[in-house]
Design a binder for this molecule. Structure first.
Ligand code: GLN
Length: 451
């Protein structure tokens, strides 16, 4: 049924970069055989899933949305991929994304933009916009994403679905093509909170192949999603996220969600986190710095594209030609920014300062979580914007992640759950619920109460 739905709508949505119907049906039959052979599989066995094309997959190409990886066939599965397979999930195909997960609209993909199923002239969010659109358009019940600065929560919010960024280190980065290694976090998309929790549980947990993976039990997320009880919980509304620059319809739905939590017995207070207003500039130094280092591996020798290798040019010339042809404008902008911020003489002024701001943001979270169990805010300042509107204005594009970025810098958990439609445009609005490190279950508990 999902393959039929993909055939019907994906020409207009462009959520998928690669669909393999034959492989999907073979995977489904293999699950049947495992069950027939007496194997006990988890609750998601046989459920189809769309997989962000930034996780390596054997038997399917992996492009990270970039021309530089066109035609690359990974020789191994990412840990997230392997765990999906072990749990019996059926991978329908790979979903579109901003090149190397850099963007908030999926317009930076080398393979064309993805369209928001609610209004095809609008963006589905990014960078995991193919994954959010696939679930929102009923092409798949579940999908995977990665969240470096908001790339799960923001697309979930603007397509009216649930998206969760687990605690950093709670889900494995092994086989996830790196953007900013100290921030990248795999997480689930689903149409409801319980489904997201089941997927979260299926692929999370300690992985010895990822040196930053946390060796602790996975938080009880499914249990929390099933017991949507917020009575007595202390909920903090982040004072800095609201007011000027926020769409009135977004704030109206957010305020109603807060009132709903209060009516369910939560104690709501306002909490000030003054350093959160510096999160965006700090992120746009730290993330490009890490990307400039991570993307050095695309040297025309090891993977995918190779340009100008005609026997007359040096390896260095081939590398330069390949990177010039293979990377898109946003990726180049970030490599230049990051290289500059890390260069001697500028390191202390830019990268060093940004890391200090990062510490202050962590302290603001710590202080806030002394007072409250969770923090809430709108997930995004506006609903889905028109395709093209911010494409030539990186600063306007970066604002889409204003509310999501502090969580990435601090490494804690946050979810986006739908909380209604904005009056102005009838488009979905997301409520963001942020919880302390390894308290991912609180996001699901509050999220389930609101949905
Ligand atoms: N939009 C942010 C960026 O462009 C976040 C991306 C992400 O989370 N992968 O960097």
């Amino acid at each position: 049924a999902h393959l039929d739905r993909i055939a019907e709508v994906d020409g207009r949505v462009n959520a998928f970069l690669h669909v393999d119907a034959e492989s999907a049906l073979a995977q489904a039959r293999a699950v049947d055989e495992r069950i027939a052979a007496g194997e006990t599989l988890g609750p998601l066995a046989g459920v189809p899933i769309a997989h962000k094309d930034v996780f390596t997959t054997t038997g399917m190409p992996t492009t990270a949305g970039s021309k530089i990886l066109e035609g690359w066939q990974p020789p191994y599965d990412a840990t997230v991929t392997r765990r999906l397979r072990e749990a019996g999930l059926v991978i329908l195909g790979k979903t579109n994304l901003d090149e190397f997960a850099m963007g908030s609209s999926t317009e930076n993909s080398a393979y064309g933009p993805t369209h928001n199923p609610w209004d095809l002239s609008r963006i589905p969010g990014g960078s995991s916009g193919g994954s959010s659109a696939a679930v929102s358009a009923y092409e798949a019940p579940l999908s995977t994403g990665t969240d470096t600065g908001g790339s799960i929560r923001q697309p979930a919010a603007v397509t009216g679905i649930v998206g969760m960024k687990p605690t950093y280190g709670g889900s494995s980065r092994y086989g996830l093509i790196a953007f900013a290694s100290s921030l990248d976090t795999p997480g689930p998309f689903a149409r409801n909170v319980l489904d997201a929790a089941l997927l979260h549980e299926a692929f999370s947990g300690h992985d010895p192949l990822d040196s930053t993976s946390i060796d602790a039990p996975v938080p009880q997320v499914v249990e929390a999603a099933l017991h949507a009880d917020v009575a007595g919980m202390r909920v903090g509304v982040v004072k800095e996220f609201g007011g000027e620059g926020y769409q009135p319809g977004v704030l109206a739905r957010f305020n109603e969600a807060v009132e709903l939590l209060e009516s369910l017995g939560a104690k709501v207070v306002e909490v000030s986190c003054p350093t959160f207003t510096y999160a965006l500039p700090a992120y746009y130094l730290i993330a490009p710095s890490e990307c400039s280092s991570n993307l050095a591996r695309f040297d025309a020798m090891r993977y995918g594209l190779r340009v100008g290798d005609d026997g007359t040019r040096s390896a260095e010339e081939v590398m330069a030609l390949t990177r010039a042809a293979g990377f898109g404008p946003e990726v180049k902008r970030r490599i230049m920014l990051g290289t500059y911020a890390l260069s001697s003489g500028y390191y202390d002024a830019y990268y060093g300062q940004a890391q200090k701001v990062r510490t202050l943001i962590m302290r603001d979270f710590e202080a806030a979580f002394q007072q409250v169990d969770v923090l809430v805010s709108p997930t995004t300042p506006t609903t889905a914007f028109p395709i093209g509107e911010r494409a030539d204005d990186p600063m306007a594009m970066y604002l889409a992640d204003l509310c999501t970025i502090p969580t990435n810098l601090a490494g804690n958990a946050a979810i986006s759950v739908p909380c209604g439609l904005a009056d102005e445009d009838g488009l979905p609005v997301g409520l963001q619920v942020m919880a302390p490190v390894l308290a991912d279950d609180r996001c699901y508990r509050v999220g389930a109460a609101v949905e």
